[in-house]
Design a protein around this ligand. Structure first.
Ligand SMILES: Cc1cc2nc3c(=O)[nH]c(=O)nc-3n(C[C@H](O)[C@H](O)[C@H](O)COP(=O)(O)OP(=O)(O)OC[C@H]3O[C@@H](n4cnc5c(N)ncnc54)[C@H](O)[C@@H]3O)c2cc1C
Length: 380
């Protein structure tokens, strides 16, 4: 390579993990090309809530990456004209077991995180959509940011193109990687100094043997969107019911969590079985994203179950008071997830090829911070 030539990098996959990788590599001085097999991103990264969610992350590097990502999201969204809002978040407690976990969270993390307990009146003041009937208290966190993933991921790719000169090869499935070269189509190829494979829930196409030996699985989630609320009515922060306390790693530090899990198991066993916890986030256009369920396995059921959507809506009605519950759309999303408790997979396949994947349910929250950490501070 001549001294004045830029080093080159190829990223495979235009989901948030690939885009965050492209941004980190471009910031490091690489000329980056992103290969995406679809004409636009259609994977987990456009199917999620758009929640940048530090509140759910356990203490340590995961929380640090979440805050770093959140700050990068804010900067990128401002520069790229992507709707975003630092709404914070509200977890609503309707029984003593939920309240105990939230109070413990506030005590454990209150010194280092912008969070604390609210009375029912204070919670209602934060969100007119919180159901006040039977509300015992709420956990408020000021850190969370919401984007609309359908808008944000597409615009993020455009931003990387114009701001960092990242080249995008859409409609191009990479079918093999060997010795610094990616192959696509029938025998076409491109070489690069560095290759990052960020192919999300598709582990079958590239490195199938490596994947088959790993503690990794797929997770399918059912989701819904409610039509825009009338008269530009805003719910304020995203709202979560007590089931979310069982879902996010940060709450595992609360000593009362096993008691809550036991109670939910007795009273709402099917919710636990189907991995349902219920959250709602509102986007700039007034629509509300609602979800979700979690079903694990290598071949997710292609068919959604109305019964699961019904359970989600039933639980949603316990803690929300929206003006409009009209369903606008429903879908499912699938992500890759480690089964050994790790929050991502980083595989060095060759001197200059890495696989970054399996960020589970936190890809929007962790990707920017993780990518900056891995590429800028660790590998390159
Ligand atoms: C329903 C749902 C809700 C969620 N909610 C949140 C949330 O609110 N907050 C949060 O932090 N996280 C959330 N997540 C998790 C988050 O969406 C994922 O962690 C993240 O989107 C994964 O990104 P990815 O880039 O790995 O995968 P993807 O977005 O699936 O992208 C992978 C891309 O690689 C492409 N690709 C694969 N193989 C090839 C190939 N051989 N050649 C070319 N291209 C290829 C695919 O076409 C795809 O576009 C949610 C996930 C789901 C499904």
């Amino acid at each position: 390579m001549k001294p004045h030539q830029k080093k080159t990098a190829i990223v495979i996959g235009a989901g948030i993990v690939g885009l965050a990788s492209a941004k980190a590599l471009a910031s490091k001085g690489y000329h980056v090309t992103v290969y995406e097999r679809h004409p636009q991103p259609v994977g987990a990264s456009v199917r999620n809530f758009g929640m940048i969610w530090p509140v759910g992350q356990p203490a340590g590097e995961a929380y640090a990456w979440a805050i770093r990502s959140r700050d990068t999201w804010k900067e990128v969204c401002t520069q790229a004209g992507i709707w975003h809002e630092q709404t914070g978040s509200l977890h609503l407690a309707y029984d003593e077991a939920e309240l105990a976990v939230m109070e413990e969270y506030a005590t454990i993390y209150g010194g280092e995180r912008a969070c604390g307990m609210l009375t029912p009146e204070q919670a209602s003041a934060k969100s007119p959509a919180a159901n006040p009937n039977g509300l015992k208290g709420a956990l408020w966190s000021a850190e969370e940011v919401i984007v609309d993933p359908r808008e944000a991921i597409v615009k993020l790719a455009g931003y990387l193109e114009t701001r960092y000169g990242v080249a995008f090869k859409w409609n191009t499935c990479v079918n093999r990687i060997a010795e610094s070269t990616v192959y696509f189509g029938s025998g076409q190829f491109q070489q690069a100094d560095f290759i990052a494979v960020c192919s999300g829930a598709d582990f079958e196409t590239l490195y199938p043997d490596a994947y088959s030996a790993l503690p990794i699985t797929k997770c399918k989630l059912q989701m819904m969107r409610l039509a825009a609320q009338p008269d530009n009515w805003r719910i304020g922060p995203p709202l979560c019911g007590g089931l979310s306390l069982l879902h996010y790693g940060a709450f595992q530090a609360a000593p009362s969590l096993p008691a809550l899990r036991e109670k939910v198991g007795r009273e709402l066993g099917e919710y636990l079985q189907l991995g349902i916890h219920v959250m709602a986030s509102q986007h700039g256009n007034g629509e509300l994203t609602i979800g979700d369920s979690h079903e694990y396995g290598p071949a997710p059921d292609p068919f959604d179950r109305q019964h699961i959507n019904g359970l989600i809506i039933d639980y949603l009605m316990r803690f929300t008071r929206f003006k409009n519950y009209r369903l606008a759309s429903s879908w499912n999303g699938v992500y890759a997830k480690m089964t050994n408790g790790k929050n991502h997979l980083l595989l060095q396949q060759d001197d200059n090829v890495v696989v970054l994947n399996a960020l589970g349910g936190a890809g929007m929250t962790l990707s920017f911070g993780l990518a900056e950490h891995i590429y800028v501070e660790q590998i390159l």
